[in-house]
Design a protein around this ligand. Sequence first.
Ligand code: BES
Ligand code: ZN
Ligand code: ZN
Length: 470
Amino acid sequence: MIYKHTKTLDTSKDFILPCKKNDVDGIKHLLTIENPDFDGSFSTYQLLYGKNGNRIYLLGLGEEKEASKLEETFRKLAFETQKYWNKTIQVYAEDLSEEHIKKSVIGLEMAQYQIGEFKSKKEKEDKKTVSFSSPKSINKVLEEGLYTGETINKIKALVDAPPNIKTPEYLGDWAKKSASEANYKCTVLKHAELKKQGFEAVLSVGKGSVNKPVVIITEYTPKKTKKVDIALVGKGITFDSGGLSIKPSTNLHYMKSDMGGAAVVLGVVELVAKLKLDINIVGIVCSAENAVDAESYRPGDVINSYSGKTIEIIDTDAEGRLVLADGLSYAVKHIKPEYLIDLATLTGSVVRTLGYEAAGMFTHNQDMASTMSNIGYKVHERVWQLPMFEEYKSDLHSDIADLRNFSGKPLTGATNAAQFLESFTEDHKNWMHLDIAGVSFGSSPYAKMKSASGYGIQLITEFVKEKASK
Ligand code: BES
Ligand code: ZN
Ligand code: ZN
């Protein structure tokens, strides 16, 4: 879609007319009938025809508290009706705030996502133009909304992609292409380099697959100083079979989405570069396929890691924490960022705890926790803090190695995983772990099967914006 700004609305042509809940009076001057059977409830719409036979879509914005998810109402309208639109449609944006306009563009752009990328016959839609009428100058927000929506769609396509195509190397190629398009640096460490540098935990997880592991390092550093403000580390398991501790086959195909954390990291660095934010940011993606093979690492193995700490493998399905351990160690040793955030579809435990409504948040830094929590409410990508009490730590004790990767108990799984990661952060003061297993992939009204949600792009980009120089 193309997004444009016009000063005034042409009421003789098609337009979308946003309306707050129970505020039909506020838009009365643009209506063609007295009573439109519409009350402005969130994510509802009503088609009226204007004097020229032009379409007027009344669009419900709902109550103020629903503004955080405003993209949803625009997304639904476009998803269901855009096939009837003319080449240009207008949005009456005079009463919309900048934040509302940005969210509207994100929603309209999200409706352009084509989930059937691998169908032999693809639906082809012409690019349409959406023209926002407002007396204010809004080109910057339109651009920000477009870039955000585009990046969300790109990372959704990655998460939804099949695991035979989306190999670790494919993620590396994706990052390189993005880096050259959005003007940032990207290095892909392949197998030989990982061996040389000692990414032992990443290598162990990837041992059972012909699709060899990679570590991707993306860097957007526009500032004069070399100091890195934020490092993001993402779990990039392109398929999680569980390894020799194999998973049951029900819903196993959904484990193609086990690189949701990596997708957020790749997407955020791309978006931050496109928005040209004044911040130094580095993304680290540790990517491997957790496969079953004679070469696979085993339960009982003791493996090494980038940090030099040895790990006893109790369960090869607890592989995400292993690849992240190396990513975090690399970040604290070489990047030394001010803020260190990792994102991962890490545990089934967090899904059982928080369901599909919030990511599990783990940190010892309460300032960071409250900043992230507030942003989560603002953009409707919520987080909920879970404990990291000292007492839980004994669960990671191993008799024969420095620590083990699973307690063997069906308790506090998300916390155990977070505390395992913590052992590789060198007590970094501004470290946060987000377990996005429940929110990154799931059911939606836009597909029959589970699919990628795009969760995390707005949350982390807003956090980065908050830390960027104004
Ligand atoms: N990739 C899974 C976690 C997951 C579960 C993501 C559901 C998305 C939806 C992870 O690698 C895993 O298998 N975790 C195990 C750990 C256990 C063996 C210690 C889990 O949570 O059951
Ligand atoms: Zn697993
Ligand atoms: Zn996994």
